[in-house]
Unconditional design. Structure first.
Ligand code: NI
Ligand code: MN
Length: 226
């Protein structure tokens, strides 16, 4: 499994020869828009955690370009289905066996309106059980006790957690989240993109390190192999 950071909550995940793109927000992100041409991004599936602009902005253009299947909650999937895209609707607690592995849509505490204010269902995160490795993509969320349910079913190898505070968990709550999910290997996301969520990278990494955990803050387009 190869995971590539594209800024904010956007990630590419390669499992075997399947390309998954999560929450594509690139053309509106000052940190990534000059480094990435969205038409170069490969996607067989686009996973959307919720309907906020900083998660869905480029989904339409990339789905049009790649023919990717959009996977999200029922309301978001229906929104894209009505536009003519191929979709797979899910909802909280549900899992499905895709060609890349088993995918579960799990709880997040946040909101989920589309940029025009229309209803985007309830926000979520994803657990991917790949062939060899399991990961959790929390999406935008507060710290929630529901995270304790995840390790009851899935032994995680890595988790992608928001750490920018203000709109989501900050660093301290993300450290508690990593206890709840029983996973000490974390990629941070949802920081630095806007003024409200700028963080001190070294301080964030130190706080995780002091609890015996590893926080990775990837550069734009940087990849790690799991
Ligand atoms: Ni959001
Ligand atoms: Mn967001």
């Amino acid at each position: 499994m190869i995971i590539t950071f594209y800024g904010q909550n956007s990630f590419g995940i390669n499992i075997g020869d399947i390309n998954i793109l999560v929450d594509p927000f690139i053309t509106g992100n000052k940190l990534s828009k000059d480094q990435i041409n969205i038409l170069d991004l490969k996607a067989d599936y686009i996973l959307l955690t919720h309907a906020h602009q900083d998660h869905i902005l480029d989904a339409e253009a990339i789905a049009k370009n790649t023919g990717a299947i959009i996977v999200s909650n029922f309301e978001i999937a229906t929104h894209y289905e009505n536009m003519g895209f191929e979709v797979h609707p899910m909802n909280h607690g549900g899992s499905w066996d895709f060609e890349f592995g088993r995918l579960k849509y799990v709880n997040a505490i946040h909101t989920s309106s589309f940029p025009d204010g229309s209803y985007g269902g309830q926000p979520g995160g994803f657990v991917i059980e790949g062939e060899h490795k399991n990961i959790y993509i929390a999406g935008d969320t507060a710290l929630t006790m529901d995270m304790k349910l995840i390790p009851m079913r899935t032994k995680l190898d890595l988790a992608i957690l928001p750490i920018g505070d203000n709109f989501t968990m900050g660093v301290e709550d993300a450290i508690i989240a990593s206890d709840f999910i029983e996973c000490d290997k974390i990629i941070g996301c949802h920081y630095d993109t806007f003024g409200y969520i700028e963080i001190d990278h070294e301080e964030a990494k130190r706080k995780f390190y002091e609890k015996g955990k590893d926080l990775m803050l990837l550069d734009i387009c940087e990849s790690i192999e799991l």
